[in-house]
Design a protein around this ligand. Structure first.
Ligand code: ATP
Ligand code: MG
Length: 363
């Protein structure tokens, strides 16, 4: 059964290495579960520049607009450091995000029991943690006008403006409620309505959107209190929705509740397409890791978990996503570790494909 279309953009550095393991898992789904994806693969970043002289061709961009989901590895590397800004590998990714209008950035903080010791927090605080931060990505203080450094009297003043329209808040709130419906039906909205006008509007609009999702339990929290609660007892949350600036801080903090960069997936969603599925780009949080590229050392789990997010949020295959995550959990519980997941003790790490083998076997 075809479940939909997927564009794979492996990119640069360890991108192709970790993506190769995802390809094996996609093949497994076709062979063993009769779930086939209409997969196409293309170039992005430095790899696209090498072949086409641009980090993203118009044809690839157009294709990305049509598929149910895009899965990206990583872009960039020292080879491209001296390129003109307009053709830098990162511009390929930025163009995708901008033209697909991906306004909701999803960053899960998920802690596999076997890695709970990695956290700087007490084990019982993080073991089994599974929360999701939805960060508004295309507006707010990073884009609001006026902005700049201006002369004022006999000194200079640096200005940024936090600006949100009702429709910008409405659409990211809807994305968050939709996610909450697919998860534990609990949403916490964070702003600072006590000191910010945009926060007051944010709270009003989110409360209004909540009327369309009566099954979801909505709460509001000031973002500073939220930061504290996130570190104190993160399991009280399921989905958190917040603006661009607070989301930047909170999602980084939440990510570090759980350990290695090699474990962190992400998704960026836009408005629903005609088939009801949101425009979507899935990618690991880590970069191209040039220091370990080509050595078979990279941890493929962040990229595999990004694919699991695609299963859940683009293809309505939540149970299959659970199955994949359970396989990863089991492999970690069995003590399999790529080098990034090892401390000082003398365990031999598995390679990128060794981790892929183990996950396939667990599946
Ligand atoms: P970018 O600018 O693209 O974010 P960066 O240099 O900031 O790149 P990464 O490329 O993510 O960050 O690398 C940061 C460090 O984490 C490097 O030492 C890298 O080897 C390590 N790292 C990143 N991803 C992985 C992975 N999947 N497995 C193992 N180690 C990783
Ligand atoms: Mg970085």
């Amino acid at each position: 059964m075809s479940v939909g279309s997927l564009l794979i953009l492996p990119g640069d550095g360890i991108g192709p290495e970790v993506m190769a393991e995802v390809r094996r898992i996609i093949d497994w789904y076709g062979e063993k579960r009769d779930l086939t994806f209409d997969v196409s693969e293309d170039l992005v970043g430095g790899a696209a520049y090498d072949k086409h002289g641009t980090p993203l061709t118009d044809a690839t961009m157009d294709h990305a607009q049509e598929v149910d989901a895009v899965l990206l590895g990583a872009v960039g590397g020292p080879k491209y450091d001296d390129l003109d800004f307009s053709v830098k590998p990162e511009r390929g990714l930025l163009r995708l995000r901008k033209e697909m209008d991906l306004f909701a950035n999803l960053r899960p903080a998920q802690c596999f029991d076997a890695l709970a010791d990695f956290s700087s927090l007490k084990k019982d605080v993080v073991a089994g943690l599974d929360i999701m931060i939805v960060r508004e990505l295309t507006s707010g203080i990073y884009f609001g006008e006026p902005r700049g450094i201006f002369e004022e009297g006999n000194e200079r003043v640096g200005i940024n403006t936090q600006r949100y329209t009702e429709s910008e808040i409405d659409r990211v709130a809807r994305s968050a409620f939709e996610l909450a419906m697919k998860r534990d039906k609990k949403l916490c909205s964070m702003e600072k309505a006590n000191v910010m006008e945009s926060g007051i509007l944010w709270r009003e609009v989110v409360t209004e959107v909540a009327k369309d999702y009566p099954e979801v339990e909505l709460s509001h929290m000031y973002a500073d209190a939220g930061a504290m609660q996130l570190c104190r007892w993160p399991k009280q949350f399921d989905v958190i929705v917040t603006d661009n600036l607070f989301g930047d801080l909170l999602s980084d903090a939440a990510a570090m509740l759980t350990g290695s960069l090699g474990m962190l997936p992400s998704a960026s969603l836009g408005t629903p397409m005609e088939n009801g599925r949101p425009k979507a780009l899935y990618e690991p949080v880590h970069g191209s890791a040039p220091d370990i590229a080509g050595q078979g050392k990279a941890n493929p789990i962040a990229c595999i978990l990004s694919f699991a997010m695609a299963l859940r949020y683009s293809f309505d295959l939540g149970e299959e996503a659970d199955r994949l995550e359970a396989a990863i959990e089991q492999v970690l519980a069995d003590g399999k570790r790529t080098a990034d997941l090892l401390g000082e003790e003398g365990v031999t790490p598995v390679s990128t494909s060794g981790m892929g083998d183990a996950i396939l076997e667990a599946l």
